[in-house]
Write a protein that binds this ligand. Structure first.
Ligand SMILES: [Zn+2]
Ligand SMILES: [Zn+2]
Ligand SMILES: [Zn+2]
Length: 327
């Protein structure tokens, strides 16, 4: 069963996909379904014996191009919709033990091109309002397959978090006549307190009001609305900065830092969003120290109000040192 239900008390859509309960959970490395197929009599997800980057539809999808009609009737109080959209998997490498940072700038650059291509292809579908590129990394994040991979979801509406950002952007635009992200970039570059690293086209910094101790955002210096809006050198600059930040993350505590990566780009619903859509990637690692995690608890889950026990200026200093040490 897959379907979408609308919560009238928060005005948010939620997706139900009950078959996902049966998905593969942390198989042994020699049974990894994302590794290349070594024995043709028992093929994995990728039939080839080696590969560079691969995209395929999730075998346990939450959203699909041609969804079944939900068994429940839709009512004015409780709207129900078919689970229309896409859930894709992006394999970063055929090396089971590789991490994105180790694959090199040229490989990451090809990944940036793959992300841009999926944004274009999925975003051009009529029913797709938002293309969301993301990665869950590490067992503590709830990853069910260790093999290095990310995902792309295509939603039939703009999901709550990007929507809240876009609406904040609209309010800022009406009041000040500028893109709030452009103003943030100018401020972070000028005072440098929360800067982690930067190059010609992108900046990595800890947000002024970060939710997580080591939260880092990568953002385009100029007002690029999506990956498709980037020039060739800008795509390369993004790959370079991604590599630098990821190496810094891995050097911070001396192990591959688990994180969620979320990419925010312009919606593809043809709405009036371009002036307030400013391409950025948000990394939210859950570690507070090498051995302590930031758990979402009462204030965060019940009130939606984050309490952070590190100042962004202090964590930016540690991340700068980690990035320099990892060079
Ligand atoms: Zn594998
Ligand atoms: Zn902007
Ligand atoms: Zn964002």
């Amino acid at each position: 069963m897959i379907e979408r239900r609308f919560d009238p008390t928060t005005r948010e859509w939620r997706t139900f996909a009950t078959h996902r309960q049966d998905r593969t959970f942390l198989p042994a490395a020699d049974h990894c379904p994302l590794c290349p197929t070594r024995d043709p009599s028992s093929p994995g997800e990728v039939p080839a014996s080696s590969y560079d980057l691969v995209v395929f539809e999730n075998r346990f999808p939450a959203l699909v191009a041609d969804p079944p009609t939900p068994p429940l009737p839709s009512t004015p109080l409780y709207p129900v919709e078919p689970a229309r959209g896409a859930t894709e998997v992006v394999l970063y490498s055929d090396d089971h033990d590789a991490s994105l940072a180790q694959l090199g700038t040229d490989h990451i650059r090809r990944l940036v091109d793959v992300w841009a291509d999926r944004y274009r292809v999925l975003g051009s579908r009529d029913e797709v309002a938002y293309v969301f590129v993301f990665e869950n990394r590490g067992e503590v994040i709830g990853v069910t397959l260790e093999h290095p991979h990310g995902q792309v979801y295509a939603y039939p509406e703009i999901p709550p978090r990007p929507r809240a950002e876009l609406e904040a952007g609209m309010a800022h635009l009406r009041r000040h006549g500028t893109c709030v992200f452009c103003d943030v970039v100018a401020r972070e570059r000028a005072d440098g307190l929360r800067l982690v690293t930067q190059n010609d086209a992108f900046l990595a910094f800890v947000p002024f009001a970060a939710r997580f101790p080591y939260e880092v955002h990568l953002i385009a210096h100029r007002h690029a609305t999506s990956l498709l809006d980037l020039t060739d050198p800008e795509r390369h600059a993004l790959a370079e900065l991604l590599e630098t930040v990821l190496r810094g993350f891995d050097a911070l505590f001396g192990f591959p830092l688990p994180y969620v990566m979320s990419m925010h780009q312009a919606p593809t619903d043809d709405g009036p969003w371009l002036e307030v859509s400013h391409l950025h990637l948000e990394f939210t690692p859950v570690h507070r120290t090498a051995t302590k995690l930031k758990y979402l608890a009462g204030s965060e889950i019940g009130a939606g109000a984050f309490i952070n026990d590190m100042t962004p200026e202090a964590s930016a200093g540690r991340l700068r040192a980690a990035v320099l040490g990892a060079r």
